[in-house]
Ligand binder design. Sequence first.
Ligand code: ADP
Ligand code: ZN
Length: 620
Amino acid sequence: MSDPLLDVVRKHWGFETLRPLQREAMDAAVGKRDSLVIMPTGGGKSLCYQAPALLSDGLTVVVSPLISLMKDQVDRLLSRGIPAAFINSSLDSSDRSRVQAGVGRGEYRMIFVAPERFAAGGFDRILEKGDVRAFAIDEAHCISHWGHDFRVDYRELGRLKREFPDASVHAFTATATPRVRDDIVGQLGLKDPAILVGDFFRPNLKYRAVMRTRDGTAEILDWIRRRPGEAGIVYCIRRSDVDELAAELKRAKIRAAPYHAGMEDEKRTRTQDRFASGEIDVVVATVAFGMGIDRSDIRYVLHAAMPKSMEHYQQETGRAGRDGKPADCVLFYAGLDFRLWDSILQKNETSDLDTKKRMLSQMFNFCTGARCRHRRLVEYFGQEWTRGPCGACDVCGGEIGAVADSTVLAQKILSCVARTNERYGPAYVADVLRGEPTDRVLERTHDRLSTFGLLKDQAKTALIGWMRQMEDQGILVPEGEYGVLRITEKGRLVLRSEQEVTLFPVESGSQAKKTRKTKGKAEAVRATSTVERGEEPADEPLATSDEALYQELRELRRQLADARNLPAFMVFSDKALRGMARQRPATPAAFLQVHGVGMTKLEQFGETFLSVIRSRAPGK
Ligand code: ADP
Ligand code: ZN
């Protein structure tokens, strides 16, 4: 049976089969039915508008924000024997006349246009001469305020349907939550669109989120060293982090290079080319690196810190394993990342601050949550999860070290929810559990409940985090506008000890500052929540004299952390302190030998710790 679409794909691209949803997307384009196609990064969106463009007369106009890639895209099409051109600000007037003449003669099947050509009240004059058959809008989420990448010029695309009534409009994006999806349809004025949502489940990607308990650099180095010769990307938040980490990796003889928007174009292109050709294995980058990475054998994507939204996370990790073979995605996070992003947002975001903050919180909940990572991602993107455990994440794989006595902890929380008659949200329940005599608590005489102060040694963020985890596990459900917590059937089984619960450590996030001020409390959480994450074997117990020094070092750490408003583990981990107590280094060089001590820490805290250790040297 003849299949003209597949014939075109075979002839020009050499692919033998179509990927999921490509057929449906192409049918819409061929039939000139408006469409919105949502496919994960790497799913093969471009083919969905490129192949149909060859099947019929007329011009397909591709709107793309990726101006720097247009020339490449056009060159690639030309090399496949497909006549194409682009219009953006890089063209001079003679190029423009040439393209204009070509459009007038109907020479091209596809033309790439930058969105700004549609701004300022008029469409690019060049298009008026052409027989425009269809528009393909790439990265269509840029039209929505609810998305993570709003671009004003995209709003002008709402006029396409009016000014080109005979052309169909096809929107493509990798990142559309249901809200963004509706917005795209509305803003573009799509008529009876085919809405095609691809499968966001990428079973070959193994997801892990790991709380940074040691210096992040050491963890990343460890990781990369175990994967010699494999291609990987490490994402950092700031340009300076990128430069430092890339230098560190190079010192460790890893073939790595940096990539961020602050570098000269030439250097950036060089990194990209060297990575594409396999000359280097690792790119350390900010979010700027990604669009247009042409390497399908990326075996790991590491996040040295938490990204600012699930959209970013999905897109960045989606670059791994495009060849379908197994790949790892490891996210190293800390509450500090949350606060850093929060301050960056406060400083830079003039519009949509609330949306951005909500996205940030969702990302943080992903990290600290107890729900299958794949499932949470898939559901975030509006797709129903109909599978069981994914078999490809740290939660399902039981890799995350649980908090000791999780079930008892959950029972205490549940009792408090029950005693306050299931009428409050997590923050209030946490106040009661912590024994905080706030006005609200006193007014309601909840200070007389048996659950008042039942978990007074836990940080508020930890308690709230655990309640969120209990929501994830269907033990509690938030209801109504205020997210009042109610106990589910499963929750009642837990209360009656007929069901076990596993809770995971929660690092303090948005409210960490508040809790740290209450002396000793954050420290107490660390004590339960630094539980091993299945990576480091537990330490040998300390000798009595070492234990005394260890306690002294902990006190010192607490003072230093409080003074700097840092979580204690950011100064040194418990393990590092135990190492100091045992090894008793007397010199900076010896200090560096202690596990978890690097140059930065030595410079910052070395002298202070060394002087305490020296003063406890035997014979003093
Ligand atoms: P997206 O834009 O969705 O991120 P691309 O269009 O860049 O994805 O496609 C990702 C990769 O998949 C490209 O290397 C492309 O050549 C390849 N690809 C697309 N469709 C097919 C197919 N049907 N068979 C094999 N490879 C394909
Ligand atoms: Zn899972």
